[in-house]
Design a protein around this ligand. Structure first.
Ligand SMILES: [Zn+2]
Length: 282
């Protein structure tokens, strides 16, 4: 898809299956099962739709999926894809890891950051995008590295620290332009430092909302993930963002949607948000 100077591609960073209960928080199963039918283990299918953005000056990657390092047991539990799904998707577009100069993490949960490292021949975790500057929101970095006991299991430090130790990790502030035409915004909600990313060019905007609204089945204003650390912030922030998306005709790049890669957003007769002009995920 073209957005002014940007060529934007939604890339497969790996399909997986997550418990339906945690994907819909306090919403009863009898309601969410109609929009996201669960399997016999009560799981729903999710994708990691990463974004490759190229404008001739920069080659940017938004989020990296879960990568290829998880042990067999974890892979089976989440029904993760074999190999390194994101690297295969990049290769299909003729892009090698060393072509990437900028990696941006919406936040540092495993399904967003673990795809940035792989094992070397001595089973050490090493950065895959070794020539890229890697960006994360300052608050997210503080929470991931702060060692608060209640957050300890949320962040895969064994995958995050090799990026830092290689000197690749940089923190950004709310509203910062990371490269020309790519701006970040701290949304909070999902995590305290969670960021949405905005591509802006030629008077148009394409938004990557991350996990504040991970898929088109999460468009209902009050629905949010049980994973959200600050649920009330999600409930406040998500409708604000979706209102702007509808009013300003943003394109939305859906992070965890297994069916829809890109759409616009509109309000229906009941003032709930719906996806329109959808582009199916390949
Ligand atoms: Zn996620």
């Amino acid at each position: 898809m073209h957005l002014g100077n940007w060529q934007l591609d939604s890339l497969n960073g790996g399909l997986f299956w997550l418990d339906g209960g945690v994907m819909f928080g306090v919403v009863p199963r009898t309601i969410w099962k109609n929009v996201a039918p669960p399997d016999e283990l009560n799981r729903i299918q999710c994708a990691n739709n990463c974004v490759l953005a190229r404008d001739g000056r920069h080659t940017v990657l938004i989020d990296t999926g879960y990568g290829g390092k998880f042990a067999k047991l974890d892979r089976r539990f989440y029904q993760m894809e074999e190999g390194e799904p994101l690297i295969a998707s990049l290769a299909a577009l003729g892009v090698a890891p060393e072509d990437i100069d900028t990696v941006v993490f919406s936040h540092l949960h495993f399904d967003h950051v673990c795809g940035a490292t792989r094992f070397d021949d001595q089973q050490r975790r090493v950065p895959i995008f070794g020539r890229a500057r890697h960006f994360v929101g300052r608050l997210e970095w503080e929470d991931a590295t702060g060692r608060a006991p209640e957050l300890e299991t949320a962040y895969p430090m064994e995958d995050i620290l090799p990026l830092y130790e290689a000197g690749l990790m940089h923190v950004v502030e709310d509203g910062q332009e990371i490269v020309p035409g790519l701006r970040c915004q701290i949304t909070g909600g999902h995590t305290r430092g969670h960021m949405a990313l905005y591509f802006e060019s030629g008077g148009q905007t394409a938004a990557y909302l991350g996990d504040i609204c991970p898929s088109t089945v999460h468009l209902r204003r009050m629905w949010h993930l049980a994973y959200d650390t600050y649920p009330l912030d999600t409930r406040r922030r998500k409708p604000e963002l979706l209102t702007r998306a509808a009013d300003e005709r943003w394109l939305v790049l859906w992070n965890h949607d297994p069916r829809v890669a890109i759409s616009r957003v509109a309000k229906d007769a009941k003032k709930e948000f719906v996806a329109v002009d959808t582009t199916a995920r390949n």
